[in-house]
Design a protein around this ligand. Structure first.
Ligand SMILES: *[C@@H]1O[C@H](CO)[C@@H](O)[C@H](O)[C@H]1NC(C)=O
Ligand SMILES: *[C@@H]1O[C@H](CO)[C@@H](O)[C@H](O)[C@H]1NC(C)=O
Length: 266
């Protein structure tokens, strides 16, 4: 019995190990049939009510089998619509500078029960994706068009004096980089051309925390100035002024670069 089984296993292994080099090198290998794919439906966006309903049903589904019944009911014609998402619906005319489209549990309820989210971002010439962090997810960001400089600050190591070290990389030609969970990071487009990125997260609800906006927002003045070492130049008037000008945008223009590219900043 054992000999029979191991004999069959050996024969199977021999067959597959012979088959794989053939499959990868042969130019006449049989192509998979595309009949099913050709007839597959295209994506239809879910309405806010459908998103809410799907979220509720998925959270109530205890097992993966139950989730599958919710996502792909028997009468749905074999559609993957509940686990698909269209980031941008304007072929040929991508969104203008400074937009990021996030596909997370908020927009793709089908991600409930997974550890995945994704984003597509458009950063115009001299645009800066302002310093931020994702409290619940690591990010791997790949530049698919143009150039971005990606940077993050290393974890503060209990050394309270001196600058926290930064690591950075110029990302171009489909180069990607990790931005670890919870680390302050930013991306800057140093060129006069638009840049486009695709990012993946290992959380379906990665979140976003704008560092400067949050820090200077509603913290009491005395708490804020104490945590900055009580600088003499930062009184309530200066703080209010600062709060008024810190941009809340996903992307702001970097003036020095804008001058080089001839972009009007005012
Ligand atoms: C998506 O899920 C909802 C809720 O179960 C279901 O009613 C709908 O038919 C599904 N849509 C598709 C295309 O499977
Ligand atoms: C990116 O690709 C272009 C076109 O092949 C090439 O000229 C350029 O040197 C590449 N840049 C980098 C940083 O690899």
């Amino acid at each position: 019995m054992n000999a029979l089984l191991s004999g069959a296993l050996m024969a199977f292994l021999a067959a597959t190990s012979m088959a794989s080099p053939l499959a990868t090198t042969s130019t006449t290998s049989v192509k998979p049939t595309l009949t099913a794919a050709a007839g597959a439906p295209t994506f239809t966006p879910l309405t806010p009510a459908e998103i809410k309903n799907l979220q509720t049903e998925l959270i109530l589904a205890a097992s993966y089998k139950d989730k599958e019944q919710v996502l792909f009911p028997p009468n749905n014609g074999g559609s993957a619509n509940n686990v698909s998402f269209q980031f941008v619906n304007s072929p040929g005319t991508p969104p203008q500078d400074g937009s990021v489209i996030v596909g997370s549990v908020d927009s793709i309820p089908g991600l409930i029960g997974t550890h995945v989210a994704a984003a597509i971002g458009f950063i115009g010439p001299c645009g800066l994706n302002v310093p931020h962090l994702h409290p619940r997810g690591n990010e791997f960001l790949t530049v698919v068009s143009g150039t971005l400089i990606g940077a993050f600050l290393l974890e503060e190591d209990g050394q309270f004096a001196g600058d926290v070290p930064q690591v950075a990389m110029t990302l171009t030609n489909f180069t990607g980089m990790l931005f670890p969970q919870g680390h302050i990071h930013w991306q800057f487009n140093p060129t006069c051309e638009q840049a486009v990125f695709a990012a993946a997260f290992d959380s379906n609800d990665e979140g976003r925390f704008q560092v400067a906006q949050t820090f200077f927002s509603s913290m009491p003045d005395n708490v804020l100035t104490s945590s900055l070492g009580n600088p003499t130049f930062l009184g309530p008037a200066q703080l209010d002024q600062l709060r008024g000008i810190i941009p809340d945008a996903f992307v702001v223009l970097v003036d020095s670069c804008a001058q080089t590219c001839g972009i009007k900043t005012a």
